[in-house]
Ligand binder design. Structure first.
Ligand code: AP5
Length: 240
């Protein structure tokens, strides 16, 4: 299964990606995590990316496209993957299609601005693994420590309120073109084009997970038996 998550910063894409990885066994390909790892190692990509990331900007398309192209060519992505944080621009989406990569499912999460800023401002991250917590909504078992390794958690520099707002503005600049691109493809004549679904992220993380699994399970069933194919376009439904 090949999946792609769209949605504003802080909506919960990374949180839901962890659930999907566990249930469907596909690796999460998070451009944000890959870039933060490169920044941490001080690689040339990391040094270049840092200047864009710290101020809430986007890393140039050509660098990101190369990064994703080589990551999804790795053996663990052979049977599928979940793209989290890519594509961010229409150029990136078109490059993915041009590279012959057709995902099975595009999921777009949505949430109001106040909740988005609450989520990003309270986020805590275990930088080596990308595991994410929230001070209020999903606190670690021991304050400030990763549940698995016990290592310290950090706040992302780009979660400061002014930078988080800027990331949101930038997201909005590209959002309509991106979702329009995938909606149009899902509604077109190409039977191999992705399905598209829009899911509310307003509930707690388990409620959102259940809504997501309902959509994905229906898709998995429809692949096994095409007579079960779903065709609703409402929120939480599926557009083919
Ligand atoms: P990236 O890391 O991809 O950031 P993002 O897309 O802005 O998304 P976030 O990681 O902020 O949020 P999320 O939706 O994953 O939410 P999460 O699950 O953590 O990118 C960072 C930067 O890298 C970009 O700004 C850019 O500079 C660069 N970059 C990356 N990709 C790029 C690309 N393709 N092109 C160019 N540049 C690129 O959840 C947030 C918080 O909410 C957590 O604390 C979580 O515990 C909590 N939470 C989650 N779900 C719920 C829930 N249902 N209820 C309550 N709390 C919840």
């Amino acid at each position: 299964m090949k999946l792609l998550f769209l949605g504003p910063p802080g909506v919960g894409k990374g949180t839901q990606a962890a659930f999907v990885t566990e249930r469907y066994g596909v690796p999460q390909v998070s451009t944000g995590d890959m870039l933060r790892a490169a920044v941490g190692k001080g690689t040339p990509l990391g040094r270049l990316a840092k200047s864009h990331m710290d101020c809430g900007g986007l890393v140039p398309d050509d660098l990101i496209i190369d990064l994703v192209r080589s990551r999804i060519a790795e053996p663990d992505c052979g049977a599928g993957f979940l793209l989290d944080g890519f594509p961010r621009t229409l150029t990136q989406a078109q490059a993915l299609t041009a590279a012959g990569v057709e995902v099975d499912f595009v999921i777009e999460f949505w949430l109001g601005e106040v909740a988005l800023l609450q989520r990003s401002s309270g986020r805590l991250v275990h930088l080596p693994s990308g595991r994410t917590y929230h001070m209020v909504f999903n606190p670690p078992r021991v304050s400030g420590r990763d549940d698995v390794t016990g290592e310290p958690l950090a706040q992302r520099a780009d979660d400061r309120i002014d930078t988080a707002r800027k990331r949101l503005e930038l997201y909005r600049l590209h959002a309509n073109a991106l979702s329009g691109y995938y909606r149009a493809r899902a509604g077109g004549a190409d039977a191999h084009a992705s399905c598209y679904a829009r899911i509310s992220a307003t509930g707690d993380r388990h409620q959102v997970r259940d809504a997501l699994f309902a959509v994905l399970d229906a898709r998995v069933l429809s692949v096994l038996d095409p007579r079960l194919a779903v065709a609703s376009t409402d929120d939480g439904g599926v557009q083919r």
